[in-house]
Design a protein around this ligand. Sequence first.
Ligand code: ADP
Length: 398
Amino acid sequence: MNSVPEPRQAGCAAIWMPVGRDAALTAGALERAGIRTKICLNSRETCDEIVGPDAGLLIIAEEALTPATTPPLHEALEKQPAWSDIPILLLTARTSSDRPLDALRKLNALGKAMLLDRPLRTITLVAAVETALRARARQCQIRDYITELQEAHKRLELANADLRQFAFAASHDLQEPLRMVNAFTQLLLERHLNPRDRDAQEYADYVRKGVKRMEALLHDLLSYSKVVHTEPWDESEDFDLSLALTDALTTLKVQIDGTGAIIRYGGLPKVHGDRTQLSLVFQNLVGNSMKYAKQGTPPQIEITTEHTSNENLIRVRDNGIGFDERYAERIFELFQRLNGSETSGTGLGLAISRRIIERHGGRIWAESTPGEGSTFTFTLPAYAAPAPGRELEQDLVA
Ligand code: ADP
């Protein structure tokens, strides 16, 4: 992109000068300077050149522009692709008045037009054509970059689709053999193992734990690939975000009862999106707040909203063990866990949440102080004012 492009590679100079020998003389002068030319005999040929693959620039004599020829020329210029802005040299008629300025103004709205007064010296003509062709060569470079980018994008899309398919098929298809391992281990234990054989019982326990962990991983991988698979707008609706939260709290009921968690929320906004997916985000965030609670301290979780002009910020704050903020980005990556062996988990919950929020046009991040608690904040585009009557804080679990 930085090197100066070679003007002669930008295409040929289309010449449309219908009167006398002007076209032939102009073409001759340019050919002698090493510039390729094409003489157009009428408006149709000129229009074909503009949208053709070899279009470098257009040299038009003012007398070519009549009420009959001008509209199709404008139409052809309008048809140029986004990268193209073909240079036009408009040569004045020998008996010129103010007319060429008007023609120039109209052409300039559609291309890069420049006015040259006749009679024209060869040296001026060649210099103007070379400058125009150099500008055209830059446009061709941009076209090539766009084509390369489009091809790379296509390749990426295909690779992504393959990966999505693979992740979905792997996590889905592995569930069946796992169910079989589980069922036959159970049968083996019940029918063939001596209940007093401690070693055998211990090994069977390892198998059970392994199967359970694998089940959790496959379940989360499947959720992840489903999130990646389905666009949020496939299932989107307008709804009060507190409904997604209450869905999540219902799913988490056993954990809430077991930990004695106190969860407060208020003023959640109305949003547009996939209720099931957004409920999964709350499930992950509130579930984590309970999972990473301080021992002996019941989890206190607060969900609040802040509205700005174009988005809603939803914060989930807890009083748990917290984490070193150096890892605040890493925990959103696949399989990244900070408390690996102490707590159960797959390291996928936050990665899934980030995917969901980003697919809804929002962002998600975390702040934390070890020993004091964490705050996870996500944003969603503002679609509507917050639902009325939800401003009071509610204790769901006391
Ligand atoms: P998982 O909980 O299955 O390990 P997540 O993706 O949900 O996976 O979380 C990634 C990691 O981020 C967790 O392993 C934990 O170390 C950390 N983390 C997430 N939420 C919290 C929280 N509320 N308090 C402290 N640490 C957290």
